[in-house]
Design a protein around this ligand. Structure first.
Ligand SMILES: NC(=O)c1ccc[n+]([C@@H]2O[C@H](COP(=O)([O-])OP(=O)(O)OC[C@H]3O[C@@H](n4cnc5c(N)ncnc54)[C@H](OP(=O)(O)O)[C@@H]3O)[C@@H](O)[C@H]2O)c1
Length: 355
């Protein structure tokens, strides 16, 4: 059994990790931390966990690190800046780290400091960290000591663009114009569980708004994904604009691209289907079937639809996922499975919830 710890078990990604790991046949959750709820049983805070787990939240203060060092893997479901304080000591003890925050996503230190307004605590370790998007970085995950679990929007953007960038690289020809527009929407759980005025029921229900219009932290991560992970031979200018929609879970990214003359000769439906034929968690929908967030709710699946209009030179890629599962905790478990040599879908191959 893999001995796992969850740091930050009271947040939305934390409770999702408890739900997923409790059902995982090869994992035992041996430590669950929270500063605010220490001493309370997890199922006292979340009645949905009654009968699922007997775990109690703990805050071991100065002893936290030595307790974490006894585990095989530590999931940090915490705000940015927490995992990097302990990652070095943990990896030196042979403990593997999966950070759901952004401490190990951006390889560029100036980008990290600019977008997250803090100095990186372990830049040397950052250089060895692997970006945890198995469909792109699977080969590097088995050796990884530290994994930066991707942001939710970048997961939809990078997987939505991968077949296009791969095709351009293979043909060594620009198939889409440099300009890419990503118009994305997230449910309110994407902002976490802490109380904020802007996230009150009366503020979010029956309302719809754009946010971070002047620039969102996930933009440099998407740019890094296209330029470095997908190794694009061509430069792209990406406009990414997120919106908040009045639903609890779910994320919908519409990616708009302009086809070049060479790009019009590609059958993009076929290209996407071939690209993802062996990916269990990426579903390319048949032509003229379009995704909705309900079709992936509470599951680790991401669904993609393609619309190609050669007359208008348009290629539209629609991507949906559950922000808390494939966009966060499910992807973290998928990463753990690959890191520990398990079947990648272990503990994750369940159907979405409808209605
Ligand atoms: N929500 C999403 O859809 C989503 C998707 C992808 C990635 N993420 C990322 O995943 C991380 C967690 O997100 P979330 O939505 O679960 O956040 P959240 O609901 O706000 O929960 C944060 C958790 O971290 C703990 N925590 C806060 N400060 C801490 C500190 N200094 N040291 C130790 N623990 C601390 C909190 O518990 P105590 O205060 O009780 O200790 C709480 O359990 C964030 O970095 C977020 O950006 C979230």
């Amino acid at each position: 059994m893999i001995s796992a710890a969850i740091v930050g078990g009271t947040g939305y990604t934390g409770i999702e990790l408890i739900r997923l790991l409790s059902a995982h046949p090869q994992v035992s959750i041996d430590l669950l931390t929270s500063r605010s709820e220490a001493g309370l049983r997890a199922d006292d805070i979340f009645p949905s966990l009654r009968g699922i787990t007997d775990l109690t939240f703990s805050d071991l203060g100065d002893d936290t690190l030595s307790a974490l060092q006894k585990c095989d893997v530590v999931f940090f479901a915490t705000p940015h800046g927490v995992a990097m304080q302990q990652a070095e000591a943990l990896t030196q003890s042979g403990v593997r780290v999966i950070d759901l925050a952004a401490d190990f996503r951006l390889q560029s230190l100036p980008d990290f400091e600019q977008w997250y307004q803090q100095k990186h605590a372990c830049p040397e370790l950052l250089k060895t960290a692997v970006y945890g998007l198995p469909e792109v970085t699977r080969d590097k995950l088995s050796e990884a000591l530290v994994v930066g679990n991707p942001g939710c929007y970048p997961t939809t953007a990078i997987l939505g663009l991968k077949p296009i960038i791969d095709a351009q690289n293979e043909q060594n020809t620009r198939l889409v114009d440099a300009r890419i527009v990503i118009d994305a929407k997230s449910g309110v759980s994407g902002a976490g569980r802490q109380a904020k005025l802007a996230l009150n029921y009366a503020e979010t229900t029956d309302n719809f708004k754009a946010y971070s219009v002047e620039g969102h932290r996930h933009l440099p991560e998407i740019e890094q994904g296209v330029a470095q992970l997908l190794d694009s031979r061509f430069t792209h200018r990406i406009r990414f604009l997120p919106h908040l929609v009045p639903m609890i879970r779910g994320m919908f990214s519409s990616i708009h691209l302009e086809l070049t003359d060479e790009g019009k000769s590609v059958d993009w439906q076929q290209q996407f289907e071939t690209s993802y034929a062996s990916e269990i968690f990426v579903d390319v929908l048949p032509k003229e079937i379009y995704p909705d967030t309900r079709s992936v709710r509470a599951s680790n699946r991401l669904r993609i639809a393609i619309h190609q209009d050669n007359e208008r030179s348009e290629l539209t890629v629609l991507v949906v996922q559950d922000n808390l599962v494939k966009g966060a905790s499910g992807q973290a478990v998928q990463n753990m499975n690959v890191m520990f040599g398990l079947d990648e879908s272990l503990g994750l191959n369940f159907a979405p919830i409808v209605p």
